[in-house]
Design a protein around this ligand. Structure first.
Ligand SMILES: [Fe+2]
Ligand SMILES: [Fe+2]
Length: 268
């Protein structure tokens, strides 16, 4: 059910779409707290792969998020951009990189977190269509879910960072009934297809982005248009103005079933 009033005992997860540069960071500083209160949020996951200058994330920004309301940071194809995050990835379990990077990559692709009496498993996966030749995200999801003791978590959320809608929809059905939610990221455009799949998994193709909407997916629009016109290499800058927080809230019942998913599209 969409936009259902939340029940008293629901566990509410807020998932924020890719946070883009300074504009996105200001959205978190100025706009996150009221959302947490209004939607009675228990746990916050945010995709931070564009948080530093529009590409990648660094340790200073990551810890700023973790100290200001975000419980787990997922990432994507820009994870390796800033070198200083590499050391942090190995020791900080609250920052994930896609699990299906080849074995031996720094960091981890999933982890379990505790909030009150709930344990939340978060898995980060990367799509392969029009993106990167990484290990198969479907096989990796299977591998992870088979390796983890089912009693070691109550709630499970997958960030599927991918470009192509068919790959994302397929992942939703593939994991239906096995995880609480499959949430897409990477395109920076929020889709309107949020729903609960037949076996109880909440799904959306893309959560959208947190940052400036006076932009082409977060970056200054003039330089992007110019790049399309001339195909000359350009340095893209993070845009400002018309800042919004995009994401979804997933409400999970006290039987650990996804009961509702609804979109957040909040002007800051
Ligand atoms: Fe992104
Ligand atoms: Fe991405």
């Amino acid at each position: 059910m969409i936009n259902d009033p939340k029940l008293e005992n629901d566990f509410n997860v807020l998932f924020l779409g890719d946070i883009i540069g300074r504009s996105g960071r200001e959205c978190i500083e100025n706009g996150l707290a009221p959302i947490l209160q209004e939607h009675r949020i228990d746990f916050v996951i945010a995709n931070g792969e564009n948080a530093a200058g529009g590409f990648g994330i660094n340790s200073k920004i990551a810890y700023h998020f973790l100290e200001n309301g975000i419980d787990c940071i997922t990432t994507g194809n820009h994870i390796w951009k800033n070198k200083d995050i590499l050391e942090v990835l190995d020791k900080e379990k609250r920052i994930l990189r896609p699990a299906n990077y080849p074995a031996g990559s720094p960091g981890r692709g999933y982890s379990i977190y505790k909030r009150g009496n709930k344990k939340i498993l978060v898995i980060n996966l990367l799509g392969r269509l029009n993106l990167l030749e990484v290990d198969c995200p479907f096989q990796k999801a299977n591998e992870i879910l088979e390796a983890i003791d089912k009693n070691s978590f109550d709630i499970s959320i997958v960030d599927f960072h991918a470009e192509v809608t068919s790959e994302k929809v397929a992942m939703g059905w593939f994991l239906d009934g096995r995880v609480s939610a499959v949430i897409g990221t990477h395109t920076h455009v929020q889709t309107a297809d949020e729903r609960i799949l037949y076996n109880g998994t909440a799904y959306i193709t893309d959560a959208g982005m947190t940052g400036s909407f006076n932009s082409v997916i977060g970056m200054e629009k003039e330089s992007i248009i110019n790049h399309f016109l001339t195909r000359m290499p350009k340095k893209f800058q993070v845009a400002s103005g018309d800042e919004k927080i995009n994401g979804v809230v997933v409400s999970i019942s006290d039987q650990n079933k996804a009961r509702a998913i609804y979109r957040i599209n909040h002007l800051v």
